[in-house]
Design a protein around this ligand. Structure first.
Ligand SMILES: NC(=O)c1ccc[n+]([C@@H]2O[C@H](COP(=O)([O-])OP(=O)(O)OC[C@H]3O[C@@H](n4cnc5c(N)ncnc54)[C@H](OP(=O)(O)O)[C@@H]3O)[C@@H](O)[C@H]2O)c1
Length: 293
């Protein structure tokens, strides 16, 4: 008797450069173990010039799916045969799925960010505020695009201040901005020199400030005292740096989160795309344990 197609071993992986630090293999392998699946998820060191050949290999070898990390997310978009609406709006792909030999590009970073944000409390709190809800996103690099897209799409009346060293680049940074209702009036590009006391219900750091080896301080001091007392402060960098933004925010009594929950939930969303069903709670718990160990 032949094995069910679901139980045939498949190869999954993550392409990046560098890649040795990636926590995705241990996270996905933990899910496969709990789900009783014989699949393997491996890290692949793929330098930028090799991306097109590596992606062709994904289809040719019948991979179950692949994640893409730095520096490939934007370059991969044009190399896909089809793109999800979110990937097209963001202009970047972090998850590849093979459907009938064709490469479909998805972006699960935005969904991962929102699912992680919900761990800090019901997102309905922001819905209830309507156009009084406001957020500040620090940094306009690749990761910020998925987060800004997710926030503007999920909260259609949210106002968003988007802070960058070069705010003049911002409208062009996010290809789908024009497709999001009222985005032109809801998004306010902001230079660090214009950043006064912070306000609103959400502050998200997407810059590399605080990353090991990255800058230690933001280009301007962050005055957290003006944030809503129930504000959420998320720093997508991980691991959490002692005495950094999150410790300061926690000292103000604010709800804080580092980048591991976003990493977890973007992985859960990728797994759901590949397996065609939501991973079980036990699998998600195992992924979380693997990430935090
Ligand atoms: N938790 C997760 O799941 C997750 C997912 C993706 C990324 N990340 C993390 O997010 C961080 C950014 O990733 P990325 O893909 O957006 O990288 P990126 O595209 O290289 O962007 C770099 C970011 O850092 C900012 N920046 C660089 N030097 C700075 C400085 N001296 N002062 C202030 N800002 C500075 C840039 O701001 P400007 O707008 O001023 O250029 C930009 O926002 C990384 O630490 C990455 O590990 C986490």
């Amino acid at each position: 008797m032949s094995a069910s197609p679901k139980l045939l071993p498949r190869c999954f992986g993550v392409f990046g450069d560098p890649i040795a630090h990636s926590r995705s293999p241990v996270m996905h392998q933990a899910a496969f173990a709990v789900l009783g699946l014989p699949h393997r998820y491996l890290p692949f060191h793929v330098p930028a010039p090799a991306l097109a050949a590596a992606m062709r290999g994904v289809a040719a070898l019948g991979f179950g799916g692949v994640n893409l990390t730095l520096p490939h997310k934007q370059a991969a978009l044009a190399l896909c045969d089809a793109r999800s609406p979110a990937a097209a709006r963001i202009g970047a792909v972090n998850t590849l799925r093979v459907v009938d030999g064709r490469l479909c590009g998805h972006n699960t970073d935005g969904r991962g960010f929102l699912d992680a944000l919900a761990e800090l409390g019901d997102l309905g709190e922001l819905d209830a505020l309507g156009e009084r809800a406001s957020a500040t996103v620090l940094g306009a690099g690749g990761a910020s695009l998925a987060i800004v897209d997710a926030l503007l799409t999920r909260f259609p009346r949210l106002r968003l201040r988007w802070v960058s060293r070069r705010p003049e680049r911002i409208p062009a940074q996010l290809p789908g901005l024009a497709d999001i209702p009222d985005a032109a009036t809801r998004v306010q590009p902001c230079a660090w020199s214009e950043l006064r006391e912070l306000s609103g219900q959400l502050l998200v750091n997407t810059t590399i400030v605080g990353l090991a080896g990255g800058p230690e301080d933001f280009p301007a001091p962050l005055e957290l005292g003006g944030l809503d007392p129930r504000a959420r402060v998320v720093d997508i960098v991980y691991p959490r740096r002692p005495e950094g933004l999150l410790d300061r925010a926690a000292a103000h009594g604010l709800r804080v989160q580092d980048g591991l929950p976003m990493l977890l939930w973007q992985g859960v969303a990728a797994l759901e795309l590949w397996l065609g069903e939501r991973p079980s709670q036990a699998a998600i718990a195992a992924m979380r344990t693997a990430l935090y160990s």
